[in-house]
Write a protein that binds this ligand. Sequence first.
Ligand code: HEC
Length: 105
Amino acid sequence: MKIGLTTLLPAVCLTLTSLAQADPFAAADISAGKKLLETNCIACHASSFGGDGSAIYTREDHIVKTAKGLIQQIRNCNTNLGLQWFDTDELNVAAYLNKNYYHLQ
Ligand code: HEC
């Protein structure tokens, strides 16, 4: 069978579309992020929002709206709490939160 441009083009476009919508934190370690969050962050959120505290991410007027905003918020908390996380730690937590709650692209 002869494969022409018309055959290939849709496949190329589909690939580009899925790349464009890729997880912004694809390279991060989600399970490491989960651990960091559980150790350092959740107790306080849970004391204000009840349950496992995750309602803070999904409440109607939640603060985080973009992938960049998510990193910013995590960085603020990290700084305020004096945790001295590395950039990688922030990315891992962002990846975990994004996968489970925010679903930002
Ligand atoms: C001492 C309590 C406390 C601790 C500890 C804490 N947070 Fe928060 N966090 C809050 C409060 C309160 C808010 C809501 C702020 C607001 O509504 O203005 C918040 C908001 C957030 C949000 C935004 C939720 C939204 O509205 O979209 C994220 C993300 C977040 N925290 C992540 C973290 C991370 C990551 C850590 C651990 C490094 C952490 N927090 C530790 C109290 C805390």
